[in-house]
Write a protein that binds this ligand. Structure first.
Ligand code: A3P
Length: 325
């Protein structure tokens, strides 16, 4: 019998079992054997009870702000590197381990009533996030927001231009979405990132492989934008949070911003910043037609999926389906 020093032993282990190099974290408190050797200084109360998974540009920040207004809902502490979002389940941060993740969550004052959550808008289309999230927080509820994927793509493109992405500044929207295989790789890369999150049914099916549909809420982003109080009533019901918070009294429509905003004590109004609800020209007709065609099959699949889940179709989807008749 032979042994090695810990680090060498670890190297040896992964040489023998290379498939285990990619970790899949589980909740240490779910298994007695793990709980027993888990440090006393640690708790499993630092894990979220729900995730807002995106996709980007559908109103995720507005939902985040509205959720924070609720007295029992508490978000993660910001990650300065990723514009507040933790982005744990989708990328390399996952390899930093669950202590790294748990440190983003404050200790809830009332462990039974307080509901921790995080919003990372790129979880939605991530290949890895559903499996990883289901392994660590299998009971978590999952919230996604959908708007017309064509509008989402256009908003995303405008976002890239505002952030001075050189490719988005160089090419117009139609050139980005309609670029063909011979196009420069930077343009193809931007096109993928712009269009793929809009394959809604593909991504939702991936989440449903790991989470039961009763744990998934699909929000109509158009309703979130036009009637957030009604949307937030649905969200509260889905999350079973108490007390019931009356968003009708706490939100006000700001005509200057053109969006619903938070009404603060003393009558002041807090809207989202300039980067949310940007002013830009409407999408050109050629791009609209291209995208309507591009997303046709994906939208048909989404309608079947919503039908299966017993959910109503959002109005943009009904309009897209009517174009097929
Ligand atoms: P635009 O800036 O293209 O209009 P996200 O937060 O996921 O990045 O989404 C940004 C989008 O949220 C905005 O896109 C805007 O249309 C939408 N939105 C919905 N409700 C909003 C609100 N109350 N305030 C600001 N933007 C809101």
């Amino acid at each position: 019998l032979q042994t090695l020093r810990p680090i060498q032993l670890a190297h040896k282990y992964f040489e023998l079992f290379p498939e285990q190099k990619d970790p899949l974290w589980q909740n240490p408190c779910d298994d007695r054997r793990h709980r027993d050797i888990w440090s006393r200084d640690k708790t499993c109360g630092h894990l979220p009870k729900f995730l807002v998974i995106g996709p980007q540009k559908t109103g995720t920040t507005a939902l985040y702000l509205f959720l924070l207004m609720h007295p029992s809902i508490i978000s993660n502490l910001p990650n300065p590197k990723t514009f507040e979002e933790v982005q744990f389940f989708n990328g390399n941060n996952y390899h930093k381990g669950i202590d790294w993740y748990m440190n983003f969550f404050p200790t809830p004052l009332n462990i039974t009533a307080d509901v921790l959550f995080e919003k990372s808008a790129s979880y939605f289309h991530s290949e890895d996030a559903p499996k990883r999230a289901a392994s660590l927080i299998p009971k978590a509820k999952i919230i996604t927001i959908l708007i017309d994927p064509s509008d989402r793509a256009y908003s995303w493109y405008q976002h890239q231009r505002s952030h001075e992405d050189s490719t988005a500044l160089k090419f117009n929207f139609y050139e980005v979405i309609a670029s063909n295989d011979g196009a420069p790789s930077e343009l193809k890369g931007l096109q993928k990132k712009c269009l793929i999150p809009g394959w809604y049914a593909v991504h939702i099916e991936r989440w449903l492989k790991y989470f039961p549909s009763s744990q998934l809420l699909i929000i109509d982003g158009q309703q979130l934008r036009s009637d957030p109080a009604a949307t937030m009533d649905g969200v509260q019901k889905f999350l079973s949070v108490a007390p019931h918070y009356n968003y009708s009294d706490a939100l006000t429509f700001d005509p200057q911003k053109g969006f619903w905003c938070q009404l603060l004590d003393g009558g002041k109004i807090k809207c989202l910043g300039k980067s949310k609800g940007r002013k830009y020209p409407p999408m050109d007709q050629e791009s609209r037609a291209f995208l309507s065609n591009y997303y046709r099959d994906h939208n048909v699949e989404l309608s079947k999926l919503l039908h299966r889940l017993g959910q109503p179709l959002p109005s943009w989807l009904r309009q897209e389906l009517q174009k097929l008749r």
